[in-house]
Design a protein around this ligand. Structure first.
Ligand SMILES: NC(=O)c1ccc[n+]([C@@H]2O[C@H](COP(=O)([O-])OP(=O)(O)OC[C@H]3O[C@@H](n4cnc5c(N)ncnc54)[C@H](O)[C@@H]3O)[C@@H](O)[C@H]2O)c1
Ligand SMILES: O=C(O)[C@H](O)[C@H](O)COP(=O)(O)O
Length: 380
């Protein structure tokens, strides 16, 4: 059966951690919610549609000889989908490109704020310049900040540079996907040699995929000489991350850079739109277009101190770091497996709203230039 021969009512099997399922898919049929990490082929024996997030490996072993005709991943990353196999079987698929890119960019600026690092006057290097890296690059340019980017598929970018040059900047932001084959694999692209190129006093923020950095090499370097500040949101072997590496980094989080409420809901909406196209259904009506009311913020501070405090009032990555370290202690002392604790943190993640939900109500000491910088970051 081809995708266009599948019509509602549909049997939909979905990762229980996808928000907005009823709003965006409830009109299409029945929804069975399952844990994405342990999803089995048996659970798909009556499914027309499979909806996942990044923790489900979707491949021949999971989908072969099931009625699934559409796979949607409500995420940016697609390394968990065997898209070649799906296409070879005529199974339509879609992810949600860019859905949480702004969330990741906000995470980068909030991380620097949490470290009390004034980004003005520092140079940035961006590894991977797609929706996330490109959005970060545009914001940096608008702020008048120098940046170099390494993206082997975007060599016409005006800031394009070698990986070596990018790693020599003051703040290095890793936003590459996990690519294991082809001319430009990213698996362990930041190996021991590459990591050695990072300057003393620099900052490395990794929010692409964990295995782009050789985690063992990073740990060895950190143990030998913690020359640069290291921030990891993504890890090798998630959810069973290396607790020694967590101890050795300056800030760590359980893969939540893209976990703004807005980013997650956008991912769900984008997959519904893709399903409508694949099934040739009329476009779905927005489930709830109402915007959250704007929350007022105020500061008596001026300059970077004001920017820092306002950003941290909206999102403070130190809270994620503290929760992850508490989970690691639980794993070490109370026998709760780290992979369970890591996934629990992600499942119970607090509702985080992006900057445009906030409004700068009172800030008597802010000059125009600082106000403009805040506006570029998304806070009006
Ligand atoms: N931490 C998080 O919560 C989070 C959130 C969103 C996305 N991500 C990850 O970040 C990645 C990037 O997101 P995006 O929206 O920018 O994706 P994207 O697909 O829009 O862009 C990826 C970019 O990486 C480039 N690229 C490919 N191979 C590369 C290599 N070897 N070296 C450098 N660049 C390379 C591509 O040319 C492309 O421009 C995603 O694939 C996903 O894995 C993580
Ligand atoms: O690829 C993405 O969109 C992000 O990495 C996303 O935040 C992953 O979240 P998960 O699917 O693991 O819940």
């Amino acid at each position: 059966m081809t995708t266009s021969q599948v019509a509602p009512p549909l049997n939909i099997v979905a990762d229980e951690n996808i928000p907005g399922l009823d709003q965006w898919f409830g009109d299409l049929g029945s929804i069975t919610r399952v844990p994405g990490r342990t999803l089995t082929r048996e659970q798909l024996m009556n499914a027309d549609v499979l909806l996942v997030r990044s923790v489900t490996e979707v491949n021949e072993a999971l989908v072969a000889r099931t009625p699934v005709r559409f796979v949607g991943s409500c995420t940016i990353g697609t390394d968990h989908l065997d898209t070649d196999w799906l296409e070879s079987q005529g199974v339509a698929w879609s992810a949600a490109p860019g859905c949480n890119a702004n969330s990741v960019v906000e995470y980068v600026f909030c991380t620097l704020a949490a470290l009390d690092i004034d980004w003005r006057g520092r140079s940035f290097g961006i590894v991977g310049c797609g929706n996330v890296g490109g959005s970060l690059q545009r914001k940096l340019r608008a702020l008048g900040i120098d940046c170099k980017i390494y993206d082997p598929w975007k060599t016409d970018n005006p800031d394009s540079a070698s990986l070596e040059a990018v790693l020599a900047q003051d703040v290095i932001c890793q936003h590459a996907p996990l690519v294991k084959a082809g001319p430009h694999p990213s698996l362990h692209m930041l190996n021991a040699t590459a990591l050695e190129r990072i300057r003393p006093g620099a900052v490395l923020i990794s929010a692409g995929r964990g295995a782009v950095i050789d985690n063992r090499a990073l740990l060895a370097l950190r143990k030998r000489e913690p020359r640069f500040t290291t921030v990891l949101d993504v890890w090798e072997n998630e959810p069973d991350i290396d607790l020694n590496l967590l101890q050795a980094v300056d800030l760590g989080s359980p893969h939540i850079a893209g976990y703004s409420h807005d980013g997650k809901l956008t991912g769900t909406r984008m997959v519904r739109e893709a399903l409508d196209r694949a099934l040739e259904l009329p476009a779905a009506e927005p489930a709830d277009a109402s915007q959250a009311p704007q929350a007022p913020l105020s500061t008596e501070l001026s300059g970077f101190a004001a920017i820092r405090d306002l950003l941290l009032a909206m999102y403070n990555p130190r809270e994620d770091d503290a929760r992850l370290r508490a989970a690691a202690s639980e794993a070490e002392n109370d026998g709760v497996p780290m992979k369970v604790a890591f996934d629990r943190l992600r499942k119970q993640y607090p509702k985080r709203l992006e900057f445009p939900h906030y409004q700068l109500a009172q800030a008597p000491n802010l000059d125009d230039a600082t106000r403009q910088q805040l506006a570029i970051l998304g806070l009006k």
